[in-house]
Design a protein around this ligand. Structure first.
Ligand code: PSU
Ligand code: MN
Length: 302
């Protein structure tokens, strides 16, 4: 196994000394945001995790290795190289064995984190069941990964480009706890509301850590969704964003965008349609998730 993994010195040290670590994904850099905001985000998110007492581990695939932690040059490559492949569980072995450069989605980052022994992961939003997914069967592999890999994912919920109700049903069926962190309502990424509740509300990182430790001690495999709403000051109105989401979805349909291209297409279109406003909200919620995840990683080491 170890032949496939490489670590930065900082992370080697953190693992050897049982320090808290937070995993970060690379698809959000390569496919989730435009340059240069993506590289600024990647750097800042790492800093926030350090400021909150944990060590950041941005994960990606490069030169036939799963990189646990990226140096500045490698981060730049993910942010600027147009050839970067989006890697989910399905793509993982092929991209690794062919020596290509692959950005890890939530699912693939969970795999990398789990191989490295990292229990907490911060991102923006997870994938889910797409609208009309009952016909297309477009269900993100993020959900099946959450069902089987022991990593807690701190996110701002699920974007309403997806079918939030069916996403939550799917998670329930697969036994994935959906924790509302300081909230009773499941957040919908850009806004704090979705109209759906969470399974359990917890208000303290120590309580989330205790729930996770109990789950894993019991051998109940799989991750958890730690739903952390975007801070009030940066939130958008649900009704505001819904118009743009509808338009982006229609365009995706007209242009017959399918498969793994769907999510990046919708993200980029919504950003254009909201004149960049959605990107500001996106950045704010990622930073907030990084902070919460670092606090959770610290609590899990206590
Ligand atoms: N949602 C976002 N930003 C993102 C993604 C989702 O707001 O960057 C990315 C994540 O990497 C997520 C992936 O794991 O899209 C889901 O893609 P798909 O729906 O193809 O599984
Ligand atoms: Mn899909």
């Amino acid at each position: 196994m170890s032949q496939y993994l490489t670590y930065t010195e900082e992370i080697k040290d953190a693992l050897a000394n049982n320090k808290p670590i937070v995993a970060l994904e690379t698809t959000i850099i390569s496919h989730g945001m435009p340059y240069p905001q993506n590289i600024e985000m990647a750097r800042k998110v790492e800093q926030i995790i350090r400021d909150n007492g944990a060590v950041p581990a941005t994960i990606g695939i490069m030169d036939g290795k799963i990189k646990i932690g990226l140096n500045e040059q490698e981060l730049e490559a993910f942010a600027t190289n147009g050839q970067v492949e989006k890697v989910s569980r399905r793509d993982f072995a092929y991209i690794l064995s062919s020596g290509k450069i692959g950005a890890t989605t939530v699912a693939a980052t969970m795999i990398g984190a789990s191989l490295a022994g990292i229990e907490v992961f911060a991102t923006g939003g997870i994938g889910g069941v797409h609208r009309e997914g009952e016909n297309s069967m477009d269900v993100s592999a993020d959900l099946t990964e959450l069902a089987q890999t022991n990593v807690a994912v701190v996110c701002a919920g699920v974007k309403s480009i997806l079918d939030i109700g069916r996403t939550l049903e799917y998670l329930e069926t697969h036994g994935v706890p959906v924790v509302g962190y300081k909230t009773d309502e499941f957040p919908s990424f850009y806004s704090r509301e979705s109209g759906y509740g969470v399974d359990f509300r917890l208000d303290d990182a120590a309580d989330v850590a205790s729930m996770l430790r109990t789950k894993w001690d019991l051998g109940l495999k799989g991750g958890a969704v730690i739903a952390n709403p975007v801070p009030e000051v940066s939130a958008m109105e649900q009704s505001d964003i819904e118009t743009y989401i509808k338009q982006a979805l229609n365009e995706a349909k007209e242009q017959q965008v399918t498969g793994k291209k769907v999510t990046p297409f919708l993200l980029a279109r919504i950003k254009q349609l909201t004149d960049g406003r959605s990107l500001d909200t996106n950045l704010a919620l990622v930073y907030h998730n990084a902070q919460t995840a670092a606090q959770l990683a610290v609590a899990l080491k206590k």
